[in-house]
Write a protein that binds this ligand. Structure first.
Ligand code: AMP
Length: 395
């Protein structure tokens, strides 16, 4: 079966067609700036140069149709007819407490995704649009795979905040966690690499991309994770603050005269390493900046690594030990300097990385020294493959 995997953002759409016979991506692409001037589709097929198609893309219906047209195109397409697509799998960001697993899309599931939209106002409505557009254009079974589902195993003492309990009862204010699909994929791969059953391993997975989170995975189950009610909590990210004193929020709002929306914008889009450095949210720019003596970039990188290391220390305590630490996503997979900076805090745990191995990139690597007590693994994430597997499992 061939499965179309879709990740609909508010103004973007990522797609991938996965051939489940080989579990490989036949083609993939990105539609950017949906509903904004300058929209385009970038399509990739193995062995061919990227194809860029600029067009007016006013909404997600047009975007999904363009993706299907690219997949069925005579030259850069990979299937002759849309009927070859057997099912569609969607990344859905927030499943609240309703979903501990992926779900076959029904009217009830769509209603539940809608209900969670207040917890992920930028993501869930876009995810739902993608589902409804595919319903019309493809007419095949569809599955929703939730970013939050993997973390539904967290115990109450780890997911509750120190707020009056009635706020949890009334509004379900609690830690949900995100990047679950990625944390699950890399932890399964880590068990395979280490040659041990996942049920015997204590793992800490660091998904360090534009958004970033750490997850404590004890015997295959998420027991804690750094993102919370929303993807703002935890690590310092590209443009997001991560943890800070909640009182700083009201203090800054009063001092700067900011509305709740303006404050949210500041915390989500203007903070993180971009805000601290005053330079960029991209780690390549920050590393160049540091090499050229940029003080802000140097400080931002120091703060970033320090925060990741603090979480690893905390999660080691939460699990009473750790067998391996996993780095994944854009920075985790490519940022050798960040991996080294984080690892240097963790010598007391028995972490030691080999600089030569750590300098390599692009595939699964064990970058620890042979005698290190805790393994450090670099594992490229593959959220699309997990979505495709969950989809075929349900249809
Ligand atoms: P993701 O959200 O997983 O796509 O990660 C995107 C981020 O990965 C970018 O913003 C960069 O900060 C980072 N990144 C990508 N390539 C590199 C690289 N070669 N070295 C360091 N960081 C990188």
């Amino acid at each position: 079966m061939k499965i179309l995997v879709l990740n609909c953002g508010s103004s973007s759409l990522k797609y991938q067609l996965v051939d489940m016979a080989t579990e490989t991506a036949m083609a993939k692409g990105l539609v950017e700036r949906i509903g904004i001037e300058g929209s385009q589709l970038v399509h990739e097929k193995d062995g061919m140069d990227k194809v860029k198609i600029g067009a007016e893309i006013p909404n997600h219906t047009v975007a999904v149709q363009m993706a299907i047209d690219a997949l069925t195109h005579a030259e850069h397409g990979v299937i002759a007819d849309v009927k070859e697509i057997g099912a569609a799998g969607h990344r859905v960001v927030h499943g609240g407490e309703n979903f501990a697993d992926a779900a076959l899309i029904t009217d009830e599931v769509k209603a539940a995704i809608k209900e969670c939209a207040s917890l992920a106002p930028l993501h869930n409505p876009a995810n739902l649009i993608g589902i409804e557009v595919c319903e019309k254009l493809l007419g095949v079974p569809q599955v929703a795979v939730f970013d939050t589902a993997f973390h539904q195993t967290m115990p109450e003492h780890s997911f509750l905040y120190g707020l009056p309990y009635e706020l949890y009862d009334k509004y379900k204010v609690r830690r949900y966690g995100f990047h679950g699909t990625s944390h699950k994929y890399v932890s399964d791969r880590a068990a395979a690499i280490l040659g041990k059953p996942i049920g015997e391993l204590k793992l800490i997975s660091c998904h360090l991309g534009n958004g970033a989170s750490v997850c404590a995975i004890k015997y295959g189950k998420s027991v804690d994770t750094s993102m919370g009610l929303t993807p703002l909590e935890g690590l310092i990210m590209g443009t997001r603050t991560g943890d800070m004193d909640p009182a700083a929020v009201t203090y800054i709002m009063e001092k700067e005269g900011l509305s709740p929306t303006a404050m949210e914008d500041l915390m989500n889009k203007k903070s993180g390493v971009a805000g601290v450095s005053g330079l960029s949210s991209d780690f390549r720019d920050l590393e160049d900046g540091k090499a050229n003596g940029h003080k802000g970039a140097t400080l931002a990188l120091q703060m970033y690594a320090y925060r990741v290391a603090k979480y690893i220390g905390a999660y080691t305590a939460a699990m009473n030990g750790v067998d391996a630490i996993i780095f994944t996503a854009g920075v985790g997979e490519n940022g050798a300097d960040t991996r080294k900076d984080v690892s240097e805090y963790l010598g007391y745990l028995g972490v030691a990385i080999d600089d030569e191995k750590n300098g390599k990139r692009g595939k699964e690597l064990d970058v620890s020294t042979p005698d290190a007590k805790v393994r450090v693994l670099v594992i490229p994430t593959n959220e699309e493959l997990i979505i495709a597997r969950e989809t075929i499992g349900l249809v």
